[in-house]
Design a protein around this ligand. Structure first.
Ligand SMILES: [Zn+2]
Length: 98
């Protein structure tokens, strides 16, 4: 049995990450994201939007078919998450954490 190369095993990719990221960046550029846009809040927004979509990871990064969810679902996931994000209180701005 060969020794497990953890770095290689941990290179699985969320098939929706690039799509969600591009839509969030578009929303930020159009100032469509209300509420706090600090790094931590934007990361939470991205994570929450990813969690709206069906889980889709792949291990082989050369796989052509691993493109993620349809764009309409990605757009809807971001829109839904942005709406919730606007009501979210930034812990950093509220002084709860540094
Ligand atoms: Zn924030």
């Amino acid at each position: 049995m060969s020794r497990l190369d953890v770095d290689r095993v941990c290179s699985v990719t969320n098939a929706n990450f690039d799509r969600i990221l591009s839509v969030v960046v578009k929303y930020l550029g159009e100032s469509r994201v209300g509420g706090c846009v600090c790094e931590k809040c934007v990361k939470s927004l991205i994570a929450d939007a990813l969690n709206v979509l069906p889980t889709h990871y792949y291990a082989d990064q050369t796989r052509e078919q691993a493109v993620g969810s349809p764009w309409v679902l990605v757009e809807n996931a971001v829109a839904e998450t942005v709406e919730k994000h606007q009501a979210r209180v930034c812990k950093r701005l509220a002084g709860i954490e540094g």
